[in-house]
Design a protein around this ligand. Structure first.
Ligand SMILES: [Zn+2]
Length: 59
């Protein structure tokens, strides 16, 4: 495995990490009940996905 010959400066290290910031959590509104849910998952509030009942609703 290759071994680095020279150490990188702090500025070079930090500019490399300038692209490493976390993106905000992606949430979309449920088409059935309007609650925020993760995309491509059944809604945790009403248990529906693409208009179909997937999971029983915990009441
Ligand atoms: Zn819902």
């Amino acid at each position: 495995m290759a071994v680095p010959r020279n150490r990188h400066s702090n500025a070079r290290k930090n500019s490399k990490r300038s692209h490493h910031a976390k993106k905000p959590k992606c949430l979309s509104a449920c088409s059935e009940c309007g609650k925020l849910k993760m995309p491509h998952t059944a809604c945790p509030a009403c248990g529906k996905y693409a208009g179909r009942q997937i999971t029983p609703v915990a009441t």
